[in-house]
Design a protein around this ligand. Structure first.
Ligand code: GLY
Length: 359
């Protein structure tokens, strides 16, 4: 599916079209959109999920359930110490402790499960699936989530890799000159691999979302993250919130997000996108309209650049019941992973604003 560079004017037009469609399709909408599954599975993911889409599609082709497939897919990234956006090796909170969030949704059974602020477990998505399968609850957090994971045999690990600890220490030493933490001397002692000595390391919002559809029309999704780097202890983002970081309706489609969770939670992004698709809006138009809504809801001066545009990014991904898919971001340059038609690849996200060229 071709990505679209939508100009502000086009974007506003499409948002208006969404509103118009929503207004006219509340009755009889099930007849308006073709919802036949495609021949062959379709799996999409955030750009860091190219291995996840491949794994999930391979498993689905071998007969696996769509939820088992996407969870196995993201487990690869969760367990990878080199990926500092999720699971083992994820960037920690301000105290240097890795806290993980994840959610799952299983379309055929309408099940969902989530964990938040979970420590010491490499694969929070697997724990979220167990919350769905083995409790009468939907979300477990903190100590309770860890206790539950251990009861199911998950092993505890120190999730802070050396690489993530060094990144955290660098942030701690550079983000303020009004505390007692000092960066190393300049030039750094031999062996020190510090970047620009005066620049603090930015916050990051790494996450992986993965959505799947099989030939029977069954859909599932997962979103998993270590959340905002250097966050306050106990901060929970959008990833484990059903309706924000993930939503699946087996009759309609699925959506998920990566990026600044606080901005997504305010618009319940994933649910909003699925509801737009229910009204007959294409996945591409739906993710673009959700991005537009995020921008509209971003009014805090501290979150805006000198031109009044958000100073952060957020991406949405959508997959419809009939196998159409899309990704969109606030800023240009985004990609998303797609497995369809037997091919695994990255595609461009549509975007609202062109990033300024670096001089
Ligand atoms: N989207 C991930 C987070 O904000 O935690």
């Amino acid at each position: 599916m071709a990505a679209i560079d939508f100009s502000r004017r086009d974007f506003l037009q499409s948002a208006a079209a969404v509103v118009a469609l929503g207004a006219t399709t509340t009755k009889g909408q099930e007849q308006q959109t073709p919802r036949k599954p495609p021949s062959g599975s379709v799996v999409i993911s955030s750009a860091n999920g190219l291995r996840a889409t491949e794994k999930a599609a391979t498993m689905i082709a071998a007969g696996a359930d769509t939820l088992d497939a996407v969870v196995a897919g993201v487990n690869i990234v969760e367990e990878d110490p080199e990926d500092n956006s999720v699971g083992y090796g994820g960037l920690p909170n301000e105290d240097g402790i890795v806290e993980l969030d994840a959610s799952v949704m299983h379309g055929p059974t309408r099940g969902c499960g989530a964990v938040a602020a979970l420590r010491n477990i490499k694969t929070p998505s697997s724990v979220a699936r167990l919350v769905m399968q083995r409790t009468d609850h939907i979300m477990l957090v903190g100590e309770g989530a860890l206790k539950f994971a251990k009861a199911h045999g998950f092993k505890e690990y120190d999730l802070l890799t050396e690489k993530s600890r060094e990144a955290w220490l660098e942030w701690k030493e550079k983000h303020s000159d009004k505390d007692n933490w000092l960066p190393p001397p300049d030039p750094p002692a031999s062996g020190e691999k510090r970047s620009d000595a005066s620049r603090p390391i930015a916050f990051t919002y790494g996450t992986i979302n993965c959505l799947a559809l099989n030939e029977k029309g069954e859909m599932s999704g997962v979103t998993t993250t270590s959340g905002l780097s250097w966050k306050l202890s106990g901060r929970v983002g959008d990833s484990p919130i059903v309706g924000a970081g993930l939503y699946v309706d087996n009759d309609v489609g699925a959506a998920g997000s990566t990026g600044r969770g606080e901005a997504n939670i305010k618009i319940c992004g994933a649910h909003t996108i699925v509801e737009m698709m229910r009204g007959g809006v294409t996945p591409t138009e739906a993710v673009k309209a959700a991005i537009e809504r995020v921008v509209k809801f971003t009014v805090e001066k501290r979150l805006l650049d000198s031109e009044g545009k958000p100073n952060f990014d957020l991406k949405f991904y959508a997959l419809s019941k009939d196998g159409r898919f899309a990704g969109a971001s606030i800023w240009s340059g985004g990609k998303f992973a797609v497995f369809s038609g037997g091919q695994n690849r990255l595609e461009d996200c549509a975007f609202l604003f062109q990033r300024p060229q670096k001089s």
